[in-house]
Design a binder for this molecule. Sequence first.
Ligand code: FAD
Length: 505
Amino acid sequence: MVDRHLLIIGGGLAGLSAGCYALRSGFKTTLVEHNTVLGGVCTSWERGPYTIDGCIHWLTGGPFQQVYEELDILPAVPLHTLQTWATYRDAHDGLEVAFTRDLDALVKQLTAISPADAAELARMRVGVREMLALHPPLDAQELGHLGEQLREFWHARGALGTLVHFRGTVGDWTQNRLQGERLRRIFTRMVPETAPVAFLLMVLGYLEQGYLSRPVGGTAAFRDALIQTYRALGGEVRLDATVEEILVTEGRATGVRLVDGTQLAADAVLSTSSAPETVLRMLGGVYDAGPTRERLANWQLFEPIVLASFGVAAPYADAPSLMTLDGERPFDVGGRLVDCYTVRVCNDDACFAPKEHTVIQAIMPTDYAWWTAQGAHYAEAKAAVAEVALTALERHFPNLRAQVRETDVATPLTYWNLSRSWQGSFEGWMPRAGGMFGHVKKTLAGLEGFYMAGQWVEPGGGVPMALTSGRQAIQLLCHDAHQPFVPTSKALRPTEAASASYAGH
Ligand SMILES: Cc1cc2nc3c(=O)[nH]c(=O)nc-3n(C[C@H](O)[C@H](O)[C@H](O)COP(=O)(O)OP(=O)(O)OC[C@H]3O[C@@H](n4cnc5c(N)ncnc54)[C@H](O)[C@@H]3O)c2cc1C
């Protein structure tokens, strides 16, 4: 079976990861990427002397560390462990809550804010620690053996009470279990209301364990290490090439047709493009489209954002590096009134700006349709949003406007134009309560030789899941091709390597 050709649509993290695992497992691969560079939404770009980091605010390690090592991202890229995940700040009265690694101190501060919720906060602390027993599956669930599943279940049995108690969404939990209005607001601003409470517990648990980090050298260092692995394994790349159609012969994916008419043949096709693009457009809605339509009708997508970045001639060294600013005087961001938004101050890595400078970014929800309607006024609309963002930021960063040297605005159209983020949804489906944040099959009924990976088959998206989904899709491919799955170049035999993903959890 060696040298069978896998064609991968999309050169983001999921496509690159799938490419590396496929190459190691004996396939030839070609990544077909719409953009002129690899990385997808996990990217950064230069503005004068500043680096606009477009992605990794926090990288989840712990159980995912194995995947980073298999892909040779670690140890090549050092990680800087986060002492604080993010800081909540209320603009009305300046109340700040830093979500730090000191879980006991966090619970104490939240209890002081809402003493009536002391018991539930204490329950939360227990839940955070118990949840650590649950491990996100690194291996394709479709191939899971009953014995392994039972072993995992047994291992996590101590967390069953926690799973039942915290089974709903953050919105349900805050409404039904918390009494303090302010506490409810803090939680629902830090984590989307529709996200599972289990997600919040996992983040806090991973934070306490030191599993959350940022790559030294920023997103670019992380992305480039993965690209380097893919290239070193001999993977091929076609940039600036957009797939228009997935070709199917007698119920089997046999290649793709690009927008310029070029046809590329393959033995199997893997798509990391969005679900609506893949299932409904490139495959014409012919194969197993019902579940995708149903999800589009009922599931929530990540809201489109404007990312406004300012290169400034001041270090703002004391500012928290990630903040949720709440209770702002509402301001208009592309047809959306915003009173809460995220701020990143890139003051924790020399790679972002010259000495004594930094980059300040406002990440604000917006409306996709509004941006598509701007036509010839698009540049004007971008400048107007930069202006309102600067005015809002200046309330927290004294003298900011005078220090701005570079301005950059990415809109939902930027995300669509450069990385085909469907309707600007840069991270796919929102995580869902139940299962491990919702499971989406990586194959389509009735279509052989076809696989999907990336954030549209892993609700909640994110770097670790994008990479892990590439791994899982190749496990399915290897299974179908009766080929051993080889996850690492290191001296493990394939069978040992396949089971290694269960070890040490
Ligand atoms: C602002 C921002 C902040 C983030 N912060 C974090 C964070 O702190 N931590 C974290 O873990 N995650 C974060 N993420 C999420 C994370 O970056 C993504 O979930 C992950 O990178 C998705 O990878 P992917 O390969 O699934 O998708 P994508 O990156 O979207 O890659 C898909 C690729 O397919 C290409 N493509 C699509 N259709 C076609 C076609 N028809 N033909 C050819 N090519 C096509 C696209 O151009 C794109 O390159 C953030 C994302 C953003 C935008």
